[in-house]
Design a protein around this ligand. Structure first.
Ligand SMILES: Cc1cc2nc3c(=O)[nH]c(=O)nc-3n(C[C@H](O)[C@H](O)[C@H](O)COP(=O)(O)OP(=O)(O)OC[C@H]3O[C@@H](n4cnc5c(N)ncnc54)[C@H](O)[C@@H]3O)c2cc1C
Length: 371
């Protein structure tokens, strides 16, 4: 029996399991190594913060999924891969593989922060982020109403905006009247990768919601109740949420896999790690040489079809297929309440119906992983 080991229950691997699990289980042993048992679907996390969704709505139960598709689940964290020995290390064991794939996502990029980061709450891992939000809300809920607390989100991308609007909506609905919100970005624009119409719409929404937006303000240090900007300006902040984009964890580099200067694993267009015969890297952690595309769940999911067919190709000794990222993808960005904005290239729409459209797509996506 050939051993296929999938490291990380990222979007690409979940999709690959549903596509390959049953069809290959008679000739291969498929193992998933995951450091989480309930895997969050990031697209629905702002909805969880807003209170539109429950934990179960937006998490995938891995034991159930793996059982259904005859996949062996190892609840642990991979810490090294040895290409010469064809072994993956977890803290208590090591695992032999004939084919391996790495889909461990990204970590919040804290490289720009030169000072202490202990006081910042990074958006990833999502579990500790959600726990951090809940414990902050518990604390401020108990504080006297007159004591104002400042909530800051550092970053200007879609995740930052969805989170700040979700938190504003949730706290307002729950009757908190002691919070101020601000969005702080190092850039001179929010949502830089989105169209002018989408940017304009969200600038207006943030303004209407009384959320102050501060541009050109790289933050270098986060302390207990403040942040320090590159200009040395001290900004009061009782909760600093850090959402400045994707960074890479360092064990792939320490395992001598080829990486970019940011630590992402370099692959061929077939998603195979450069210089290896049987290791793939997909989703945020992979970087296909010569191609530029966003690090997002949408692209991670699309890579699953190529990954699944290339695992089969390797097993059959057939040539590998190339993955071709789509030029444009549909962005559906929620605004805290049940309202969302859609953008794809020049297409633009907004309204409650866009939120329900997003809701429908997200629910459908989650149904694939349930009985
Ligand atoms: C709040 C928020 C909202 C977002 N909304 C959207 C959206 O609407 N649409 C969109 O396209 N993108 C969105 N994104 C981005 C999206 O989350 C990521 O691009 C996407 O999750 C990357 O998917 P992935 O398959 O690479 O890995 P992930 O989905 O991040 O999964 C990686 C998995 O591997 C596990 N893992 C990590 N290290 C190890 C290890 N050493 N051993 C074992 N397991 C490990 C992790 O715990 C995790 O379960 C959002 C991000 C955030 C933070």
């Amino acid at each position: 029996m050939k051993k296929i080991v999938l490291i990380g229950a990222g979007h690409s691997h979940l999709e690959t399991i549903t596509g390959l699990g049953k069809t290959l289980s008679d000739r291969c042993e498929i193992t998933l190594i995951s450091n989480e048992n309930s895997v969050p679907y990031s697209g629905m996390i702002p909805g969880l913060i807003s209170g539109h969704y429950t934990f179960r709505d937006c998490h995938i139960n891995l034991s159930e999924l793996c059982n259904r598709y005859n996949v062996r689940l190892i609840s642990s964290s991979a810490s090294r891969i040895s290409v010469p020995k064809q072994l993956i290390d977890t803290p208590d064991d090591c695992h032999k593989f004939d084919i391996a794939s790495i889909n461990i996502g990204s970590v919040t990029n804290i490289q720009s922060m030169t000072g202490s980061n202990e006081m910042a709450l990074p958006v990833k891992p999502i579990k500790s982020f959600i726990d951090g939000i809940e414990s902050f809300l518990m604390t401020v809920g108990k504080a006297p109403a007159k004591a104002k607390h400042q909530v800051s989100v550092v970053g200007g991308g879609a995740a930052s905006i969805e989170i700040i609007l979700a938190l504003k909506y949730r706290t307002e609905k729950s009757g908190y009247n002691n919070l101020n919100f601000s969005l702080i970005t190092a850039s001179d624009e929010i949502l830089e990768t989105h169209s002018v119409a989408v940017r304009r719409k969200f600038r207006r929404i943030l303004h209407q919601q009384g959320i102050s937006t501060q541009y050109n303000k790289p933050i270098l240090h986060v302390g207990y109740d403040h942040m320090r900007a590159a200009s040395d300006e001290i900004i009061k902040s009782d909760l600093t949420i850090w959402a400045t984009g994707a960074g890479a964890t360092n064990w792939p580099k320490l395992s001598n896999l080829p990486t970019t200067k940011d630590g992402f694993i370099k692959t061929d267009p077939s998603l195979k790690v450069k210089g290896t015969d049987n290791i793939f890297a997909v989703g945020d952690i992979g970087s296909i040489e010569g191609l530029t595309y966003p690090k997002s769940g949408v692209y991670a999911i699309r890579q699953a079809a190529t990954l699944a067919s290339n695992i089969k190709n390797l097993l059959n000794g057939s040539p590998l297929d190339d993955y071709q990222p789509q030029k444009h993808s549909l962005a559906l960005i929620s605004a805290g309440n049940k309202y969302a904005v859609a953008g794809r290239n020049t297409f633009y729409a907004c309204g409650k119906w866009v939120w329900y459209w997003k809701h429908y797509i997200d629910r459908k996506h989650m149904e694939k992983y349930r009985d």
